[in-house]
Design a protein around this ligand. Sequence first.
Ligand SMILES: Cc1ncc(COP(=O)(O)O)c(C=O)c1O
Length: 382
Amino acid sequence: MIYFDNAATSFPKPAQVIDAVGKCLQGYAGNPGRSGHELALEAGRAVFSAREKLAQFFNIADPMQVIFTLNATDALNLALHGFLQAGDRVVTTSMEHNSVLRPLADLRQRGVTHEIVWADPRGEIALDDLRRAISKKTNLVVVNHASNVCGTVQPIREIGAMCRQLGIPFLVDASQSAGQLTIDVEQDRIDLLAAAGHKSLLGPQGTGFLYIRPGIEIAPLRQGGTGSRSEDTFQPEIMPDRYESGTLNTPGIVGLAAGLDFINQETQGKIVAHEKNLIDTLLAGLSEIDGLVLYGPRQDKGRAAVVAFGIGDLDSGEIAHLLGQKGICCRPGLHCAPLAHQSIGSFETGAVRLSPGFFNTLEEIEAAIRMCWQISRTIRTH
Ligand SMILES: Cc1ncc(COP(=O)(O)O)c(C=O)c1O
């Protein structure tokens, strides 16, 4: 089996992630922040340490502004539903995932309007188009950092500078980029950063987070037990309790911290260089195949470790099925991002997505290229 679906969730996880989750479950998985006994205190310390590690990784000054969520979708829903009110206007892009587009569609029914800036066929958003869409009445700009469909990266530093200059809060969906591309909330002037913990941050499923810049007012979507100020009728205002009602996923959060440790130890540079080598080899090999169409940015442009393609007029599901028969795990279809597929021209057939990760090898890439050659030959001889 060759796993090329790291853009859905990374697999395998580093041994130290598995070890950290196991040690937590076996040794100290008390309920963090709920009691004064040793297991609850140890769990609380572990959760705080994970918050600190995330803050450090993204240059977030105050770890208490990092809110643990179930996944990136949960973080994006908190940001969008918690920030926007009837009458507000949002500018976003056609490269967004449904975890942005669907909350915005729902919010439209409640009087929040949004304008979509369309990407070109390579998935790139022109800064000028974005600038033209933004007006003094815009309340929020939402941009997907790296496309989970075709890997195209948007220039968030330039967009952040533009938003800050205009005084408009900037929400970045870093689900596909966190762990792969450098993100610095200060230099990139990000006000809200949402990401999955289970993709390139190498944590377990059931993890994600939202960073909220101090001063950005987000209404909590859930109320309930926080272990703090139990005598109060209303949700405590203190961070992060304001947004973290209910028992946290302590083992998952501990695993996410171990994922960050792994990245820091291996170094992000080494991980990215390995993945780039895999992607460059894959792109070079696929680009030789007759009838194969590659989507995404030009080869000389930076990209996330995602490659999308089609072969002839085959449905992407059929190609993925053929690859699956040879043991290659990939993802066909629209990848929860229908407008991104409309932008790059693959909406009708969908695209096959191969997303290698740090644990893949060049031999596995060569095997995938050979399989694609075989599929292309088969359809040409029929
Ligand atoms: C760009 C993007 N945004 C949001 C999400 C949603 O992430 P999650 O499954 O963690 O909710 C994904 C999922 O892969 C994604 O690629």
